[in-house]
Design a protein around this ligand. Sequence first.
Ligand SMILES: Cc1cc2nc3c(=O)[nH]c(=O)nc-3n(C[C@H](O)[C@H](O)[C@H](O)COP(=O)(O)OP(=O)(O)OC[C@H]3O[C@@H](n4cnc5c(N)ncnc54)[C@H](O)[C@@H]3O)c2cc1C
Length: 301
Amino acid sequence: MMDIMIIGGGPAGLSAAVYAARARLSFVVSEKGFAGGGAISSTERVDNYPGLLGISGYELGEKFREHAVKLGAEIVSSEAVGIKHFADGFSTLLANGDSISSKTVIYAAGTSRRRLEVDGGELPGVSYCATCDGAFYKHKTVAVIGGGDTALSEALYLSRIAARLYLIHRRAEFRANADLTEQVKSTSNIELVLNAQLKRVLGKASVSGVDITIGNRAEKLVVDGVFAAIGSTPNTKPLHGMADLDEHGYIVADENGKTSLGGFFAAGDVRAVSMRQVITACSDGARCVDSAEKYLHILPQ
Ligand SMILES: Cc1cc2nc3c(=O)[nH]c(=O)nc-3n(C[C@H](O)[C@H](O)[C@H](O)COP(=O)(O)OP(=O)(O)OC[C@H]3O[C@@H](n4cnc5c(N)ncnc54)[C@H](O)[C@@H]3O)c2cc1C
């Protein structure tokens, strides 16, 4: 039986792996995606991770992964689909059919993009990743929906590929940080469409436009692509009520990662916290290993 099962190979999970390896604990990391590195891998540039000014998100994710692997981490590219709690520990079922027993779990599965829905239905033809799909829109016109950090950083990225970009936001002010807001406002091919609601994405085989309303006024914008960045939802499906969640579905855990269930710790963006960044995720991963180590010491041998 492993000391720790780490679920999620993003900054939180990989930091936990680094600390677990250094503490000589036995552990394995389950990562849903092929490469790991987490959400940061999809951003073009990271300017707020100390010591690595201007690094690309992909490279930062790679560095985290390489570091963990060099220290001996085993990363299994398979999603955790269910976790069971027993008197002596946990059993994690992976999508590849394997079950891994562990005395503790560090849950660091992060968040997923909230899907854009209109009248209860998900909209077809909408992209959720500018770095993945941006290249298809060279010299074209695109719309980005959202007003937070992710929407604005994706708009800036796409503004360097597309000829023209509409940034559609339902409020008058952006929630994004001041630096991003200033950059967006001074980018000549970004047109701000504020106080606007998306009603429909037009087109059959490919996107041809969007219907929006601004106040009571209905408008149609001709665009070739739509990118949505309207918030995130926590990846807590495998938990099945195992630990307490807040009203938005994030795991309630203290600053040491302790949840309502002994031996089950939560790290990073999946926690109910006010700040979700790489640096806070890394800190959480380290603290969870410290908490797990203390918990292992009090377990009957
Ligand atoms: C576009 C964008 C730009 C950003 N820019 C910045 C920035 O400049 N600076 C900054 O500090 N932060 C930035 N962030 C936020 C930062 O990426 C996150 O705060 C950070 O990645 C959180 O790390 P995490 O490990 O908690 O979660 P994640 O990075 O989301 O990692 C979770 C991992 O778990 C995996 N996973 C999910 N479910 C399962 C499962 N059931 N089984 C196994 N694996 C699973 C996922 O595939 C993922 O790899 C940005 C985010 C985005 C989207």
